[in-house]
Design a protein around this ligand. Structure first.
Ligand code: GTP
Length: 597
């Protein structure tokens, strides 16, 4: 019965306690036994658990007997918490009628609290605020309740205050879900429309699509049609998560469950697409479909050339589960054979890099990330360039355009000055400010994406002692006064070290890069010249002096353990080196462009 269904999600700023609360709700409803309780069931990937960040949305069905004596089916849809995954958040929200907005009582409202709140309001969700972590001595629940009242007009005294960790007041949260979140609407006798709000790849059942049925029904054995791609598939199985996969005969309007499609890659069954019935198709797909667009690009190369096939296999496997990861083969003079990869953002890139290293045990070199430039040639042709080395000769270019982002920074007012300073150093433009809560300011900026992906988040955190938070969205392409900065090592241009920089900064960046590389490139058996050039002119140069390579020469006397240590150290260092011509360059050097102030 639809009146007894509640579809809801939990939204929060990173680390405010979303997963912890989800665990408690699963425990309280007996969906998962104490004994089986693994911390953070909903974050099933190891990496997520370690990073403490939810990457993929998931869903789980709970049965709850409310104070009115009736049983309710509560579908909890978990949403990813990070800025890079905004589109996935919006699809997960579209599958719900309500959202619990969790705010940490020690931190208050932050950038993603607001970003998620706005997304939820766009999806017309009923928002139920919850203040978490009241067990902490530094909790200030009254203030935070007032912030929330100012922000959304929800009476401060009615906001539930909990500790997800200690289990305080958590049962009240379930009552709120039943009483505040409306039951789903939608007619089970209309043609089928089911939103795919997430998916994962299962080696037995193929791609598992997580669906919310809006109208009509899917019966076990029925074929379904993907309305955007037009593909028709015969599901292997349909079912619900409770919390494991449990097959059912039918999913009806209002239900949340899964369709095991048998498809081989998640790219064939995209998040945001709509299932309908091929015999009785709906007139139009559900709104909001968007193909995830990579924004940040980098080269990934195996340290040892022979690992190339393994790297390709690993990327193929990761892509089965991650439709937003794109890659194609790339050759670099410096790094030989590898892949140019596209990511949703810097954070997404970091996750892929770590998974390649840890799950697939690969030694890789990742080049400095780049954005995608629109290059207008003198003959009017428009090129898309996501690798600085590919930028054509200056004389052929009439204009270079780069992606600009809308950026929101949320911070205590104390850090206003230092944040403004950071923004101006990064070519950002101030747009407006708001004060959604006392002593807190939301600053709105426009800024080139290339400036955001270079260490921006770390700089923001360190300038604000960890208090500021941010969110960003793509705005538009704008022309910029941009030039290629090239680096020559031992007289050879190293393509993987090239960068596209603002003309005004080229000289300064060239110098900084050369002195950084001088520190990072180990002494070789011969002198190595490092040069930076732009527009055909050498703008900076330095020499790495030759050295005798025998590391053991330093160990006079016979301290064998010391010798061993040194040899070990040298071996480890080697794994991260790349030979460029006759010069060994460490991984750090390829990332050096990132750390220039
Ligand atoms: P993401 O998955 O990164 O979005 O984080 P999250 O919002 O799911 O936060 P998570 O549940 O992982 O909690 C973050 C940290 O806060 C963990 O170390 C939790 O143990 C801790 N935490 C969560 N709830 C409470 C609480 O009520 N009290 C205290 N003291 N700590 C809590």
């Amino acid at each position: 019965m639809m009146e007894h269904i509640r579809n809801f999600c939990i939204i929060a700023h990173v680390d405010h306690g979303k997963s912890t609360l989800a665990d408690r709700l699963l425990q309280l409803t007996g969906t998962i036994s104490e004994r089986d309780m693994m911390n953070q069931v909903l974050d099933s990937m190891d990496l997520e658990r370690e990073k403490g960040v939810t990457i993929k949305a998931s869903a789980v069905r709970m049965v709850y007997t409310a104070q009115d004596g009736l049983d309710y089916e509560l579908n909890l849809i978990d949403t990813p918490g990070h800025v890079d995954f905004n589109y996935e958040v919006s699809r997960a929200l579209a599958a719900c009628e309500g959202a619990l907005l969790i705010v940490d009582a020690t931190q208050g409202i932050e950038a993603q609290t607001l970003a998620n709140l706005y997304l939820a309001l766009e999806s017309d969700l009923v928002i139920v605020p919850v203040i978490n972590k009241i067990d902490l001595p530094s909790a200030r629940p009254d203030e935070v309740a007032q912030e929330l009242e100012n922000l959304m007009g929800y009476p401060a005294e009615e906001i539930v205050r909990i500790s997800a960790k200690e289990g305080i007041n958590v049962a009240q949260v379930l009552e709120l879900v039943v009483n505040k979140v409306p039951p789903p609407k939608g007619n089970a006798s209309e043609p089928l429309r089911a939103l795919i709000f997430d998916s994962h790849y299962d080696s037995y059942k193929g791609v598992i699509a997580y669906v919310r049925v809006n109208e009509g029904e899917i019966r076990s054995g029925d074929s379904v049609k993907l309305m955007v791609t037009g593909a028709v598939v015969k599901p292997v199985e349909i079912g619900v998560f409770s919390p494991g996969m449990r097959p059912v005969d039918a999913l009806r309007a209002g239900d949340v469950g899964y369709v095991a499609t048998g498809l081989k890659t998640v790219a064939e069954c995209r998040v945001g697409d709509t299932f309908t019935n091929p015999q009785r198709p709906a007139a139009a797909a559900l709104p909001g479909y968007r193909k995830a667009k990579p924004m940040v690009f980098a080269g990934i190369y195996p340290t040892e050339g022979e690992d190339y096939p393994d790297l390709r296999d690993a990327l193929d496997k990761l892509q089965l589960n991650d439709a937003s990861l794109v890659f194609e083969p790339e050759t670099s003079q410096a790094l030989n054979f590898g892949f140019r990869c596209g990511f949703l953002g810097l954070f997404h890139m970091e996750i892929i890099q770590e998974r390649l290293e840890r799950e697939y045990d690969l030694d890789i070199v990742v080049t400095a990330p780049s954005v995608e430039y629109e290059v207008i040639m003198t003959d009017g042709e428009v090129l898309r360039v996501d690798s600085p080395a590919q930028l054509p000769d200056e004389s052929l270019i009439s204009e270079i355009r780069e992606p600009w982002m809308a950026l929101q920074i949320f911070s205590p007012t104390d850090y206003f000055g230092t944040i403004m300073d950071l923004i101006s150093k990064r070519r950002g433009v101030f747009v407006s400010q708001e004060h959604p809560a006392p002593n807190r300011v939301q600053l709105n900026f426009e800024i080139p994406l290339s400036e955001l992906i270079v260490d921006f988040f770390d700089a923001l955190k360190s300038r604000s002692r960890g208090y500021a938070s941010m969110d960003y969205q793509f705005l538009e392409y704008r022309p910029g006064n941009l030039v290629k900065l090239e680096v020559l090592v031992g007289g050879e241009a190293v393509d993987a070290l090239a960068a596209i920089v603002h003309k005004e900064n080229a000289y300064h960046k060239g110098q900084a890069l050369v002195s950084k590389l001088k520190e990072l490139i180990p002494r070789q058996l011969f002198d190595v010249a490092i040069q930076a050039s732009s527009g055909g002119r050498i703008i900076s140069r330095a020499n790495v002096k030759a050295v005798r390579k025998d590391v053991l020469a330093k160990c006079y006397g016979g301290d064998i353990t010391r010798k061993k240590k040194l040899l070990e150290k040298q071996k480890r260092g080697k794994r991260r080196m790349k030979m460029v011509g006759s010069v060994e360059i460490p991984q750090d050097a390829f990332m050096a462009v990132l750390r220039l102030e």
